[in-house]
Design a protein around this ligand. Structure first.
Ligand SMILES: [Zn+2]
Ligand SMILES: [Zn+2]
Length: 660
């Protein structure tokens, strides 16, 4: 008789004990069927012991121990333990969220043979620049744990550095985990990896994969058959028996942060995992997160710089400000920008107009009575999409037809206010009737297939003017693109969110990096009312380090991360009063005064206070010591769990929150 300690996919911070007739510690890491309530669940055996805190006769008997999959390794369970403790997430949820759906079903799925590795066209590696060669040498795949920040300007050839390190790691018989922000936006990278390593097992792991494919790929990684795993944030938890290198491309990208369920940062989990396994991790970006930059400055991470573009003929684009205070704008566009587009058309080159707001206009309004198209479920406006005549909430997804008249007063003259990419596209087309204008945003590109078609069209020279959002900013080479015009950037300069300037700078550096990547010289024109703002000055000088230094100084003076450590308690309920009352109770729990190094702020409504009919509030806990915060959080969470809250209230803790 043995007791199985089982992790189940439940939001509870405990394991569940079951008795088994025959089981041993060799079964740790195997899946097991267990009765739960009136149904059955699949759990993971975390320990096999002889006694339980419960009387043995009260324990239920475990069902079948599943042996179709090798046991999940100890290092995987330890990684889940770390994530559970660090992010205050239930251990069972962490373990089971990392498994493909098919492995959690109580009805066994039919196994299919792993897909044959797709052959790609083989491409010989290019010669390394001196800087790239130095970068490759800086990372020793056999030298134990090391963390490196690879800071390279756009077009400096970071990918080639990754590929060389992948090559060295594979040569040593190890596996590589390569994380990218959004697999949809990076088909070029996947293509390059396949072309470079045509004989290796390469699998991708991301949420857009069909369930069966995801399970196949996961099994291949777990069995060690796939030597390269290309994935998005969740892939950081993939158990891999021979992992030898982790690469995180565009490490600053916010999509590495999971915003619901277990709120974790794949980048930070990656650094822990590399340390745990004693292997190197490489974080790459043209605009590193300030956290990573500070770690590189303090020596916790090694810093590797690529200051020049890999193609010696491709220089960095010239960045200029267009001071719109002295200009008449037509539909938000200035004459010099129009003239610059015209020049590109005459030369047969491409232009990109960047406006990070999709839809036709951010709001529809009635001048007669003041009605505006507000979302009935959120504290936000419904965005006008004229292409399919819909009003759409970009927060909760609610949508309906555009009304023919004002719903309040019947006035038929309701007008769109402000502008989004659709409106800009239409207007640009009117100005240049001969030009082929292509809009690229999440409305025009909804799937990976559509994105690949769109990229082919751009590369094939089928577009003269691109109008798009930040979708266009990520890692693509458009050789004929020589002009980038930026509209509407100022709003982020003075946003309430203190991280907004960091994000704006990264976005503009990336989008600017699209211009002039081949032999043609690129130009970036930014329309602004604040041409002297230091953020723009740093862009003109292509000076990320200078910008980072000044921003870090501001953060240090203000006591913001990375000089403070934060956790956010959020509550949502149909009534704001309930949310705030709950948070107020949490703020004065007895455990709070016991931790004098942790500061608790006052509860406040969130910036988007109402989302999908729920009123949301938050409470910030902060400390200047990471250990102090980490010691406080589990005790605080346990105390919060005992608060009697209204039944419709939901709450969670987010550690290292990115958004406020
Ligand atoms: Zn009206
Ligand atoms: Zn909404």
């Amino acid at each position: 008789m043995a007791v199985l300690r089982v992790a189940l996919d439940l939001p509870l911070h405990r394991l569940f004990d079951y008795v088994a007739v025959a089981a041993s510690t060799a079964d740790i890491g195997l899946r097991v069927r267990v009765p739960f309530g009136r149904s059955e669940k699949i759990g993971v055996i975390v320990d096999v012991v002889e006694t339980s805190d419960w009387p043995l006769e009260q324990l239920k008997a475990a069902g079948e121990i599943l042996r179709d999959l090798a046991p999940l390794p100890a290092d995987f369970l330890r990684l889940c333990e770390f994530a559970s403790a660090y992010y205050q997430a239930a251990f069972g949820e962490v373990v089971l969220q990392a498994l493909p759906v098919g492995l959690k079903r109580t009805v066994s799925p039919v196994r299919r043979a792993a897909r044959a590795v797709r052959r790609a066209e083989v491409i010989a590696p290019p010669d390394l620049t001196t800087a790239q060669a130095v970068a490759v040498e800086a990372v020793d795949p056999a030298g134990g744990f090391s963390a490196h920040l690879l800071h390279g300007v756009t077009g400096s050839g970071k990918t080639e550095v990754y590929l060389r390190l992948v090559e060295r790691t594979l040569a040593a018989g190890k596996q590589v985990l390569l994380l990218v922000p959004e697999i949809n936006l990076t088909p070029q990278l996947e293509g390059r990896v396949r072309a470079r390593f045509p004989d290796e097992g390469i699998v991708s792991l991301h949420s857009e994969l069909a369930e069966a494919a995801r399970e196949r790929n996961w099994r291949a990684a777990f069995a060690g058959e796939a030597s390269i795993v290309l994935g998005t944030r969740l892939a950081i938890f993939t158990p891999m028996p021979n992992l030898g290198l982790i690469v995180i491309d565009e490490e600053h990208d916010s999509s590495f942060k999971q915003q619901d369920g277990m709120r974790y940062s794949a980048r930070d989990v990656g650094v822990f995992r590399a340390r745990q396994l004693g292997i190197p991790i490489l974080l790459g970006s043209a605009t590193p997160s300030l956290e990573s930059w500070a770690n590189a400055q303090s020596g916790r991470y090694g810093l590797i710089n690529l200051r020049e573009r890999a193609n010696p003929l491709a220089t960095l684009p010239a960045v200029h400000m267009l001071d719109t205070r002295r200009m008449v704008l037509k539909e938000g566009v200035s004459d010099p920008l129009i003239a610059a587009i015209k020049l590109r058309l005459e030369r047969g080159e491409q232009s990109l107009i960047f406006l990070n707001r999709r839809g036709y206009a951010p709001v529809l309004a009635c001048m007669a009575c003041g009605w505006v198209s507000r979302c009935t479920r959120c504290a936000a406006n419904m965005v006008l999409h004229l292409a399919d005549r819909r009003l759409r909430c970009h927060h909760c997804g609610l949508e309906h037809r555009v009304p023919k008249a004002c719903p309040t007063c019947g006035n038929q003259d309701i007008l769109p206010f402000g502008r989004g990419t659709q409106r800009l596209e239409g207007w640009i087309q009117e100005q240049f009737p001969e030009a082929r204008v292509l809009r690229v945003d999440r409305d025009s590109v909804k799937s990976r297939k559509q994105w690949e078609v769109m990229l082919d069209r751009i590369h094939g020279g089928e577009a003269d003017i691109l109008v798009g959002t930040q979708m266009l900013a990520k890692g693509h080479d458009f050789p004929k693109l020589t002009l980038v015009g930026v509209l509407g950037a100022d709003s982020a300069l003075f946003a309430a969110d203190w991280r907004a300037p960091e994000r704006l700078f990264a976005q503009l550096m990336q989008v600017a990096g699209r211009a002039g990547r081949a032999e043609l010289k690129g130009e970036v024109l930014i329309q602004t009312q604040y041409p002297d703002h230091p953020l723009y000055g740093a862009l003109v000088a292509h000076d990320y380090p200078g910008f980072a230094v000044s921003l870090l100084k501001e953060r240090e003076q203000a006591g913001f991360p990375p000089y403070a450590f934060q956790a956010m308690l959020r509550a949502e309920a149909p009534d704001m009063a309930d949310s705030i009352a709950f948070l107020k109770t949490a703020a004065i729990l007895p455990v709070v005064p016991e931790h004098e190094n942790v500061m608790i702020y006052d509860p406040v409504p969130m910036k988007l206070s109402r989302l999908a009919n729920l009123e949301r509030g938050q409470l910030l806990a902060e400390s200047h010591s990471r250990p102090a915060l980490q010691a406080f959080l589990p005790r605080w969470r346990e105390a919060i769990e005992r608060i009697k809250a209204p039944s419709k209230l939901r709450w969670h803790i987010e550690v290292d929150p990115l958004e406020f």
